[in-house]
Design a protein around this ligand. Sequence first.
Ligand code: ADP
Ligand code: MG
Length: 728
Amino acid sequence: MPDVVPAAAQPLSAPQKALRKLGLVRDIDRALHLPLRYEDETRITRLRDARDGDVVQIEGEVTHQEVGFRPRRQLLVTLDDGSDTCVLRFFNFYPSQQKQMAVGNRIRARGELRGGFAGLSMMHPTVRAAGSALPSALTPVYPTVAQLPQPYLRKAVLAGLAQADLSATIPEPILDEIGHLRAWDLRQALAFLHRPAPEVALAELEDHSHPAWQRLKAEELLAQQLSQLQARRARERLRAPVLRAAPGGLADRLLAALPFQLTGAQRRVGEEIAHDLGATQPMHRLLQGDVGSGKTVVAALAACTAIDAGWQCALMAPTEILAEQHFAKLVEWLEPLLAPLGQRVAWLTGGQKKKARAEMLTLIESGEAALVVGTHAVIQAQVRFARLGLAIIDEQHRFGVAQRLALRQKMSDLLPLPLAGEGRGEGRGRATADASGPHPGPPPAGEGVNAEPHLLMMSATPIPRTLAMSYYADLDVSTLDELPPGRTPVVTKLAAAHRRGEVIERIRAQIAQGRQVYWVCPLIEESEALDLRNATETHADLSQALPGRMIGLLHSRMPPAEKKAVMALFTAGDMPVLVSTTVIEVGVDVPNASLMVIEHAERFGLSQLHQLRGRVGRGAAASACVLLYETPEGGRLGETARARLKAMIETSDGFEIARRDLEIRGPGEFLGARQSGAALLRFADLAEDGALLQWARHAAPRMLRDYPQWADKHVARWLGAKSDYLKA
Ligand code: ADP
Ligand code: MG
């Protein structure tokens, strides 16, 4: 890419650094950085013609200047334009401004005009010297950061626009279905949006309904669909070990040992996964199922299949607590079956003692650890699998994009060439026999065929259909749409914070019946700004209110060993109440817990609330979730907070929750793009641009087939370095 800013040849200035931070590296990136809104500086309004509240640009002579002190220090400048006078008011000002606005100077000021009995005034207008020619286009205002002033950014964008290659990347026939957007090719659309003529309706520009915007959105969606499709094709060229369960093998034995029958949904999803595992291409499947739908056992069965076929399986969870819990459960389920085969379940985490870790690494490298459970420590560089066949990521949306990328990278390192049965696993007895014995192995992998383990991702945050279509074109999705039988729905109640006392009575009643209770707080330390009641304080309150009961405390700053001890007491049922921060948000499974209290519920995100609520209602006991909320002093809850709490009361269906969450937050945030810093779709809005998305979905495969070079160019233009993120 010739138009990249040279890497660190000389130190970058602050605005240059800021440009980089915004991802505005190539000319095309800058050309695609579009205005948030526009200011009309194309005309001068006479004071006599302006109305109170108008944002106007006025020009005239300074007739008076003074520094006033009431009610506070301020600079007052009187401007006379011949039709009327207006006082410009500045609470912050510099000597240079006083000089610029000296009596007798002609200036141009832009701001909101206020009328009043003392005459017209403007607060903090933008001021420049009069006389320069008026711009002929609306002035764009770009999204920016502190170190990057608008004028600098404007220049950078216009330079990018002038230099970028904007030649067509969408062939004519592909444009058929959106023929009405032909009139605006990329070059025209960008030229227009960066410098719109003053007579255009600002509303059309600002709500992105203008055809120039539509064209950009169409191009963006097409790029995204193409890149997903390319990722899928690339994956189809990869090879993976063929994993099939042996009849009467581990999976069957696990099923026989479980205290329950699989639900119909678990069986169906299990078959979908088994089908993928038996193929020669790596699986890339998302298993989505609402909280409590029983994903863990599906994962365990997939692991059994991999182990049966003579390969290792890794299971990764986003938090130590969750990984720990999976480890305990999988040891319970699988070690009795693995031990006779001389195999084990290994445990890997960041907080582990050196010696324990070294032991685990040896087990993994030798292949004795058939299953490895842990946090993201599982994908760290020192970890060497003997033969990893399947990687499972639980609550995958909780991993950052960067971690997901690292995993995929690591996965391709894990399974070096060649993959044919004879190449690997020699001398590994059972493994070799199974891999090349009863089942046909993958076609002999010649040079140049890359291999990867199968990948199963799990998530309790279901992706709404439109999002799935758009973002996860490179993903097969299985859905657990049925809860195990015998669950009673969780009753959700709202309560204002002053009803804490009643809630504590309720806790007393629950624990008298032998049930357990979670109490979740948003922060662990008092913060002056937020004045939240913190977990430690609540813990002290509850300990006092419920004397003689063991009240646990869990938060993310505790040492891992302590967390583990607390969690163990709660899981065993010895601790009736657990006060915690959101560290228990995902995956934690204690079926005896029947009451969830969430303090400051108005501060939590919707999917977070739903996840937390999912910690109860896992057994047969009637369960409840109490959302304690606090209104700001003298005010009401904010709009979005109310929408979230309302959704929680009205539905417990994870899909409906996800749909509303999307509505409240918008897709960028929904996918956690904010954390990664890489907004996935900048212009298109999946909720509104369904028709364009449909077009892009149809156009992408055709374009890839008939115009592959155009497709490459289009993706590179739009996504540049970001296309990696899309594949993660
Ligand atoms: P999640 O999908 O939220 O990860 P889990 O896998 O933790 O759900 O399962 C929730 C609970 O339901 C666990 O206690 C699990 O043992 C139990 N469970 C899973 N499948 C079934 C089933 N088919 N019948 C009864 N209980 C089940
Ligand atoms: Mg789970």
